[in-house]
Design a protein around this ligand. Structure first.
Ligand SMILES: [Zn+2]
Length: 70
């Protein structure tokens, strides 16, 4: 029982940490007419699709913690 509680709290802290990192890492990108991930011309938003957004966020995270986990 208490094990589950510990794990839940741990995971919550982890998630909160991720969220904080994300906010810091990906500060409000401004739409610039190009996809931030692949550079494709786009008419709105910051990425041409969700895949590019995910790629970009993953890359930012990896760059931010180069020694984490390999
Ligand atoms: Zn793209």
């Amino acid at each position: 029982m208490s094990d589950d509680m510990d794990r839940a709290q741990e995971r919550e802290a982890e998630m909160r940490g991720d969220a904080l990192r994300e906010v810091k890492l990906v500060p409000t990108l401004k739409p610039c007419g190009l996809c931030y991930n692949c550079g494709e011309p786009i008419t709105s938003g910051e990425f041409c699709d969700a895949d590019c957004r995910d790629d970009y966020e993953r890359l930012q995270k990896r760059l931010a913690q180069p020694f984490a986990g390999g």
